[in-house]
Design a protein around this ligand. Structure first.
Ligand code: UDP
Length: 413
């Protein structure tokens, strides 16, 4: 996990936000906080917990991060939950529910003492959600933190998950469009990045060049990059279609870089589809990277002229924040959390189709000044809205609000 201390962030955000965190945390000193998700690496949730847990500890809380363990049937079912929450029509059978509940029950045997004693429990996404049914003697407050674009969930999947989620004390979503009819309060907290992590820290041009060299990527041709798990919602094939539509009208090369997450069983199949779509085009580089290739991804993002995130559904899209922090304009799908970050014509362009993406790529590559100007605006926008200090502050405020609210009878939670 991240070993950086809060004082190190002073040089990025200044002293006041750090003092503010310390001030807020004083009232939470000694509170026990447990986060639970389903993978230690790969994907945005792991990325966030990596810094959030150590920094909460530095602030005087007693925070820990637990990962539930599962088998193939479990992860196929939870991937169906994920796809269903994002609106796909997916089956939900009795054996799937049994595979899900029995694996969570096994994890509950190990986690129950810790979870039941904690002051605050944050359960991330659907995979561990059922834990609440198995921890009847809860001392603290339980939050379901949904990182997924749940704006139009499949009804059948949501009706099953809703019966579980409703037992939580509150839910947290990334944006208003994702909130649901639930019997408890819902809070809005957008994700964020760690500006000092290997994924986002400054890199020397030597290191960037060496990454390009390692993958035979030219440093003389404008580079378009999408970094994503190989997941159909990220639309890697749509990115290739957009690239092919450029059809030599502008000089460019494309990198699709991704890897698997241990809780995502569909990656290999999607990668095959992508390989097929890219076959024969020497200007397209497909990189299957290990889960810890953070500096490599950092270098690819920094070497890019434009970053693409052409998702069809997106909870937030940390890859968008990462690129904007590096001063890159982003051409992003006009969906979910991407719309919180890409402000059309200012920090990039929102697109609905491969044709739209091709149009915007061509337009930007013909306007180098615009690329630079958008990149500057994008970095400033991240500095103001999507760095970890803002994110931590909102978590502390939420915990304080809930605790104080109960003590003072201010809010019904
Ligand atoms: N990521 C990575 N390796 C990969 C693909 C993605 O480290 O091969 C990182 C990416 O840089 C970002 C996170 O995983 O930090 C993905 O978060 P995002 O919110 O974009 O999407 P998610 O995978 O959570 O749907």
């Amino acid at each position: 996990m991240n070993s950086r201390t809060l004082s190190e962030y002073r040089r990025v955000v200044g002293q006041p936000p750090i003092s503010q965190l310390q001030q807020l945390a004083r009232s939470l000193e000694g509170a026990t906080v447990v986060h639970v998700n389903s993978t230690r690496e790969g994907g945005g949730v792991a990325e966030i917990l990596n810094w959030k847990v150590p920094l909460m500890n530095e602030l005087g809380l007693i925070a820990s991060w637990e990962v539930i363990e599962g088998n193939d049937d479990f992860f196929h079912t939870t991937k169906a939950f994920h796809n269903g929450l994002q609106g796909n029509s997916v089956p939900l059978t009795k054996p799937m529910i049994e595979a899900y509940e029995s694996v969570v029950a096994k994890n509950a045997e190990r986690l129950r003492p810790l979870l039941e004693q904690a002051d605050f429990v944050f359960i991330h996404d659907p995979q561990p959600a059922f834990l609440i049914n198995l921890c009847p003697n809860r001392r603290g407050k339980w939050f379901w933190r949904c990182h997924i674009d749940a704006s139009r969930p499949n009804r059948r999947i949501w009706s099953y998950l809703r019966s579980i989620v409703n037992q939580y004390d509150a839910s947290i979503f990334s944006m208003p469009a994702f909130t649901q009819r639930l019997d408890h309060p819902q809070f809005l907290i957008a994700p964020s990045i760690d500006p000092l992590s290997d994924k986002n820290c400054e890199l020397s041009s030597r290191e960037i060049d060496s990454v390009l060299g390692r993958f035979n990527i030219s440093d003389e041709i404008p580079l378009l990059t999408q970094v994503s798990r190989f997941d159909r919602f990220k639309d890697p094939v749509g990115v290739i279609e957009a690239f092919n539509m450029l059809n030599g009208s502008v000089d460019a090369q494309l990198v699709l870089a991704g890897g698997g997450a241990t809780d995502d069983p569909e990656g290999a199949a999607v990668f095959e589809e992508v390989q097929e779509a890219a076959a024969g085009n020497r200007r397209i580089h497909l990189l299957m990277l290990p889960a810890d290739a953070h500096r490599t991804i950092n270098a690819l993002q920094r070497a890019s002229t434009i970053v693409i995130q052409k998702s069809l559904q997106e909870g937030f899209g940390l890859t968008v924040t990462e690129a904007m922090w590096k001063g890159k304009p982003v051409i992003g799908g006009n969906v979910g959390g991407i719309c919180l970050q890409v402000h059309n014509h200012h920090t990039g362009f929102l697109v609905d189709t491969p044709e739209g993406a091709a149009l915007r790529i061509r337009q930007l590559l013909n306007q180098p000044d615009r690329i630079e100007e958008m990149g500057i605006t994008a970095r400033r926008f991240v500095a103001e809205n999507f760095l970890l200090t803002r994110h931590l502050r909102e978590y502390l405020t939420l915990m304080l609000g809930v605790r104080r609210g109960i003590e003072n009878n201010l809010i019904a939670v």
